[in-house]
Write a protein that binds this ligand. Structure first.
Ligand SMILES: Nc1ncnc2c1ncn2[C@@H]1O[C@H](COP(=O)(O)OP(=O)(O)OP(=O)(O)O)[C@@H](O)[C@H]1O
Ligand SMILES: [Mg+2]
Length: 238
């Protein structure tokens, strides 16, 4: 992987000349390339142990090997003057995120194919933790994943709970769903279940987890589980 080094902020700003801001000064479009910058926040962060740029490079490489359309990263950006910063450069995909598609373009066909696409990478053990409509690009009648710094790769198809957790993010953005339409979300989920060859029991379990996640705050569920484990340990000790 080719590396580009910046030893002063000035050299970095110079590099950004003519680049168009695609979002919050973190994602830039320069010619045919996208420049993505990561900032490690706080005192304690896993970003200090392993930079977000090395994670996204690694993940994009693995997705590529699994034949899941995603980013084609060409360069890594190294900020010698600020260790909290890292970045990558990848090819611009000439499409549009599913979030930004005009309503008229969100057809039953597209939704059906999206369900199939998600089922395929879940089958390959890919748990895309940032899976929402703004991180899936539609182009040339196919889909591609962007923002792939947070992915877990399992050597087996995802468990039902992990699948439901993956959808939690997508469903959470109410504005996205209002635009995408509730009926399309239902079609997406039913197509996803079908393509994943769920048994009756798996269908029930998946729906149960999804409903749980929609009805309760996920943090509350985690806290409750933690509390139950703590009580069990306490009971075992006394
Ligand atoms: N490879 C790409 N091809 C086409 N457009 C892209 C590409 N990468 C990013 N974009 C556009 O830039 C926008 C922002 O990109 P990205 O999702 O990487 O960052 P972000 O969502 O702002 O950051 P984060 O999710 O880390 O807060 C996307 O919504 C999309 O419109
Ligand atoms: Mg994003």
């Amino acid at each position: 992987m080719k590396k580009i080094y910046f030893n002063t902020e000035h050299s970095y700003l110079e590099y950004l000349t003519d680049a168009e801001d695609l979002g919050y000064e973190k994602t830039w479009l320069k010619g045919n390339n996208v420049i993505k910058i990561f900032n490690t926040r706080g005192f304690i962060s896993s970003g200090f142990i392993r930079s977000f740029s090395s994670r996204i490079i690694n993940n994009a490489h693995k997705l590529n090997k699994l034949q899941i359309p995603s980013l084609k990263i060409s360069e890594e950006l190294v900020f010698q003057y600020d260790k909290r910063k890292s970045g990558v450069v990848y090819k611009y995909i000439p499409g549009c995120t599913v979030r930004d598609l005009p309503r008229k373009d969100i057809t039953k066909d597209l939704v059906t194919n999206l369900g199939k696409f998600i089922a395929e990478f879940h089958q390959k053990g890919v748990y895309f933790r940032a899976m929402h409509l703004g991180n899936i690009i539609y182009y040339n009648k196919t889909f591609a994943l962007i923002d792939v710094a947070k992915i877990h790769f399992y050597p087996w198809p995802l468990f039902i709970l992990t699948r439901a957790r993956a959808f939690r993010r997508l469903i959470k953005y109410k504005k996205d769903i209002a635009h995408f339409k509730q009926s399309n979300l239902e079609l997406l989920l039913s197509r996803y279940r079908l393509e994943s060859n769920f048994s009756k029991r798996e269908n029930l379990l998946f729906n149960f987890y999804l409903n749980m996640m929609q009805s309760f705050n996920y943090k509350t569920i985690k806290l409750l589980i933690g509390l139950v484990i703590f009580m069990l340990i306490l009971l075992w000790l006394i």
